[in-house]
Design a protein around this ligand. Structure first.
Ligand code: G3P
Length: 217
Protein backbone atom coordinates (compact mmCIF):
# COMPACT_ATOMS: atom_id res chain seq x y z
CA UNK A 1 0.00 0.00 0.00
CA UNK A 2 1.31 3.43 -0.92
CA UNK A 3 1.14 6.26 1.61
CA UNK A 4 0.43 9.81 0.47
CA UNK A 5 0.21 12.68 2.94
CA UNK A 6 -2.86 14.91 2.68
CA UNK A 7 -1.46 18.37 3.36
CA UNK A 8 0.11 21.50 1.86
CA UNK A 9 2.28 22.05 4.95
CA UNK A 10 5.84 21.73 3.68
CA UNK A 11 7.32 21.29 7.18
CA UNK A 12 5.20 18.17 7.70
CA UNK A 13 6.05 16.93 4.20
CA UNK A 14 9.81 17.43 4.82
CA UNK A 15 9.62 15.51 8.09
CA UNK A 16 7.68 12.60 6.56
CA UNK A 17 9.75 12.47 3.36
CA UNK A 18 12.85 11.98 5.53
CA UNK A 19 11.38 8.72 6.90
CA UNK A 20 11.41 7.13 3.44
CA UNK A 21 7.78 6.08 3.98
CA UNK A 22 6.16 8.75 1.81
CA UNK A 23 5.04 7.87 -1.73
CA UNK A 24 3.25 11.08 -2.67
CA UNK A 25 1.23 14.12 -1.58
CA UNK A 26 -2.36 15.24 -2.09
CA UNK A 27 -3.60 18.80 -1.76
CA UNK A 28 -6.94 20.49 -2.30
CA UNK A 29 -8.13 24.13 -2.31
CA UNK A 30 -8.93 23.97 1.42
CA UNK A 31 -5.42 22.73 2.26
CA UNK A 32 -3.89 25.46 0.08
CA UNK A 33 -5.99 28.03 1.95
CA UNK A 34 -4.80 26.56 5.26
CA UNK A 35 -1.14 26.87 4.14
CA UNK A 36 -1.67 30.62 3.61
CA UNK A 37 0.69 30.50 0.61
CA UNK A 38 0.33 31.05 -3.16
CA UNK A 39 -0.72 27.73 -4.73
CA UNK A 40 1.88 27.48 -7.49
CA UNK A 41 4.71 28.36 -5.09
CA UNK A 42 3.72 25.77 -2.50
CA UNK A 43 3.07 23.04 -5.10
CA UNK A 44 6.49 23.67 -6.68
CA UNK A 45 8.16 23.32 -3.27
CA UNK A 46 6.28 20.09 -2.53
CA UNK A 47 7.28 18.65 -5.93
CA UNK A 48 10.93 19.15 -4.99
CA UNK A 49 10.47 17.41 -1.64
CA UNK A 50 8.93 14.19 -2.99
CA UNK A 51 9.53 12.12 -6.11
CA UNK A 52 6.04 10.60 -6.21
CA UNK A 53 2.79 12.11 -7.50
CA UNK A 54 1.75 15.50 -6.08
CA UNK A 55 -1.96 16.15 -6.59
CA UNK A 56 -2.82 19.75 -7.47
CA UNK A 57 -6.53 20.49 -7.86
CA UNK A 58 -8.15 22.58 -10.59
CA UNK A 59 -10.90 25.01 -9.59
CA UNK A 60 -12.63 25.70 -12.92
CA UNK A 61 -15.98 23.93 -13.28
CA UNK A 62 -15.97 23.49 -17.08
CA UNK A 63 -13.69 21.05 -18.91
CA UNK A 64 -12.08 23.76 -21.03
CA UNK A 65 -11.23 25.85 -17.98
CA UNK A 66 -9.95 22.78 -16.13
CA UNK A 67 -7.66 21.92 -19.03
CA UNK A 68 -6.29 25.48 -19.14
CA UNK A 69 -5.53 25.32 -15.42
CA UNK A 70 -4.05 21.84 -15.84
CA UNK A 71 -1.57 23.20 -18.43
CA UNK A 72 -0.35 25.78 -15.88
CA UNK A 73 0.00 23.16 -13.16
CA UNK A 74 1.68 20.52 -15.33
CA UNK A 75 4.38 23.09 -16.20
CA UNK A 76 5.42 23.22 -12.52
CA UNK A 77 7.08 19.77 -12.36
CA UNK A 78 7.11 16.28 -13.87
CA UNK A 79 5.45 14.68 -10.84
CA UNK A 80 2.28 16.79 -10.91
CA UNK A 81 -0.96 14.82 -10.83
CA UNK A 82 -4.01 16.85 -11.89
CA UNK A 83 -6.88 16.57 -9.43
CA UNK A 84 -10.31 16.91 -11.00
CA UNK A 85 -13.81 16.88 -9.50
CA UNK A 86 -16.13 13.96 -10.13
CA UNK A 87 -18.49 15.78 -12.50
CA UNK A 88 -19.17 15.15 -16.19
CA UNK A 89 -16.92 18.14 -16.99
CA UNK A 90 -14.21 16.73 -14.75
CA UNK A 91 -14.46 13.34 -16.46
CA UNK A 92 -14.25 14.98 -19.90
CA UNK A 93 -11.06 16.77 -18.84
CA UNK A 94 -9.77 13.54 -17.31
CA UNK A 95 -10.10 11.69 -20.64
CA UNK A 96 -8.20 14.43 -22.50
CA UNK A 97 -5.38 14.45 -19.92
CA UNK A 98 -5.23 10.64 -19.76
CA UNK A 99 -4.85 10.51 -23.56
CA UNK A 100 -1.89 12.90 -23.22
CA UNK A 101 -0.29 10.69 -20.55
CA UNK A 102 -0.89 13.18 -17.72
CA UNK A 103 -1.52 11.67 -14.26
CA UNK A 104 -4.99 12.40 -12.90
CA UNK A 105 -6.73 12.06 -9.54
CA UNK A 106 -10.53 12.20 -9.70
CA UNK A 107 -11.75 13.49 -6.39
CA UNK A 108 -14.95 13.88 -4.34
CA UNK A 109 -16.05 10.31 -5.09
CA UNK A 110 -18.94 9.11 -2.93
CA UNK A 111 -20.39 6.21 -4.95
CA UNK A 112 -19.21 3.08 -6.74
CA UNK A 113 -20.86 4.24 -9.98
CA UNK A 114 -18.87 7.47 -9.84
CA UNK A 115 -15.71 5.39 -9.42
CA UNK A 116 -16.67 3.23 -12.41
CA UNK A 117 -17.04 6.36 -14.55
CA UNK A 118 -13.64 7.69 -13.41
CA UNK A 119 -11.97 4.41 -14.39
CA UNK A 120 -13.66 4.54 -17.79
CA UNK A 121 -12.36 8.13 -18.17
CA UNK A 122 -8.82 6.80 -17.68
CA UNK A 123 -8.15 8.25 -14.21
CA UNK A 124 -4.82 7.32 -12.66
CA UNK A 125 -6.35 7.57 -9.16
CA UNK A 126 -9.89 7.64 -7.80
CA UNK A 127 -10.37 9.34 -4.44
CA UNK A 128 -13.31 7.97 -2.44
CA UNK A 129 -13.87 10.05 0.72
CA UNK A 130 -14.34 7.68 3.65
CA UNK A 131 -14.60 10.13 6.56
CA UNK A 132 -17.19 12.38 4.94
CA UNK A 133 -19.43 9.32 4.33
CA UNK A 134 -18.95 8.25 7.95
CA UNK A 135 -19.95 11.80 8.93
CA UNK A 136 -23.41 11.21 7.40
CA UNK A 137 -23.75 7.71 8.89
CA UNK A 138 -22.86 5.86 5.68
CA UNK A 139 -20.08 3.26 6.06
CA UNK A 140 -17.21 4.77 4.07
CA UNK A 141 -15.22 1.53 4.04
CA UNK A 142 -18.05 -0.26 2.20
CA UNK A 143 -17.44 2.10 -0.71
CA UNK A 144 -13.75 1.12 -0.83
CA UNK A 145 -14.75 -2.58 -0.91
CA UNK A 146 -17.30 -2.02 -3.69
CA UNK A 147 -14.82 -0.12 -5.85
CA UNK A 148 -12.15 -2.78 -5.25
CA UNK A 149 -14.53 -5.48 -6.48
CA UNK A 150 -15.69 -3.53 -9.53
CA UNK A 151 -12.16 -2.59 -10.60
CA UNK A 152 -11.00 -6.19 -10.15
CA UNK A 153 -14.02 -7.53 -12.08
CA UNK A 154 -12.96 -5.58 -15.15
CA UNK A 155 -9.22 -5.24 -14.67
CA UNK A 156 -9.30 -1.42 -14.47
CA UNK A 157 -5.84 0.01 -13.79
CA UNK A 158 -7.16 3.05 -11.90
CA UNK A 159 -5.69 3.03 -8.38
CA UNK A 160 -8.00 3.36 -5.38
CA UNK A 161 -6.71 6.28 -3.32
CA UNK A 162 -8.61 6.17 -0.04
CA UNK A 163 -9.15 9.78 1.08
CA UNK A 164 -10.78 11.68 3.93
CA UNK A 165 -9.05 9.28 6.29
CA UNK A 166 -9.53 10.26 9.90
CA UNK A 167 -8.18 7.37 12.01
CA UNK A 168 -5.48 4.71 12.18
CA UNK A 169 -8.23 2.09 11.88
CA UNK A 170 -9.29 3.63 8.56
CA UNK A 171 -5.76 3.01 7.28
CA UNK A 172 -5.70 -0.61 8.51
CA UNK A 173 -9.18 -1.37 7.14
CA UNK A 174 -8.34 0.16 3.75
CA UNK A 175 -5.21 -1.99 3.62
CA UNK A 176 -7.27 -5.11 4.49
CA UNK A 177 -9.76 -4.30 1.72
CA UNK A 178 -6.95 -3.70 -0.77
CA UNK A 179 -6.97 0.04 -1.46
CA UNK A 180 -3.86 0.84 -3.50
CA UNK A 181 -3.10 4.12 -1.72
CA UNK A 182 -4.16 5.93 1.43
CA UNK A 183 -3.83 9.69 1.68
CA UNK A 184 -3.47 10.46 5.34
CA UNK A 185 -3.32 13.68 7.39
CA UNK A 186 0.21 14.20 8.85
CA UNK A 187 -0.76 13.61 12.50
CA UNK A 188 -2.59 10.36 11.68
CA UNK A 189 0.32 9.16 9.54
CA UNK A 190 2.87 9.88 12.29
CA UNK A 191 0.55 8.20 14.81
CA UNK A 192 0.56 4.84 12.95
CA UNK A 193 3.90 3.89 14.51
CA UNK A 194 2.69 4.30 18.09
CA UNK A 195 1.86 1.45 20.46
CA UNK A 196 2.07 1.66 24.28
CA UNK A 197 3.58 -1.83 24.50
CA UNK A 198 6.37 -0.77 22.10
CA UNK A 199 7.17 2.20 24.37
CA UNK A 200 6.98 0.06 27.51
CA UNK A 201 9.10 -2.73 26.02
CA UNK A 202 11.74 -0.30 24.78
CA UNK A 203 11.95 1.39 28.15
CA UNK A 204 12.56 -2.02 29.83
CA UNK A 205 15.21 -3.01 27.26
CA UNK A 206 17.03 0.32 27.73
CA UNK A 207 17.00 -0.08 31.52
CA UNK A 208 18.35 -3.67 31.38
CA UNK A 209 20.95 -2.73 28.77
CA UNK A 210 22.20 0.13 30.94
CA UNK A 211 22.55 -2.38 33.81
CA UNK A 212 24.96 -4.49 31.72
CA UNK A 213 27.37 -1.54 31.45
CA UNK A 214 28.11 -2.55 27.83
CA UNK A 215 28.15 -0.53 24.59
CA UNK A 216 27.82 -1.81 21.03
CA UNK A 217 30.10 0.75 19.39
O1 G3P B 1 -7.93 15.59 0.18
C1 G3P B 1 -9.24 15.18 0.27
C2 G3P B 1 -9.66 14.55 1.57
O2 G3P B 1 -8.68 13.69 2.07
C3 G3P B 1 -10.23 15.52 2.56
O3 G3P B 1 -10.43 14.97 3.84
O4 G3P B 1 -10.95 15.25 6.22
O5 G3P B 1 -11.47 17.12 4.62
O6 G3P B 1 -12.82 15.03 4.62
P1 G3P B 1 -11.47 15.64 4.88
Amino acid sequence: MKFFVDTADTNDIKELAATGLLDGVTTNPSLIMKSGRPMKEVIAEICELVDGPVSAEVVATDAEGMLKEAEELIAIADNICIKLPLTLEGLKACRVLANKGVQTNVTLCFSANQALLAAKAGATFISPFIGRLDDINVEGLDLIAEIRQIYDNYGFGTEILAASIRTANHVKDCALIGADVATIPPATLKGLVKHPLTDKGLEAFMKDWAATGQSIV
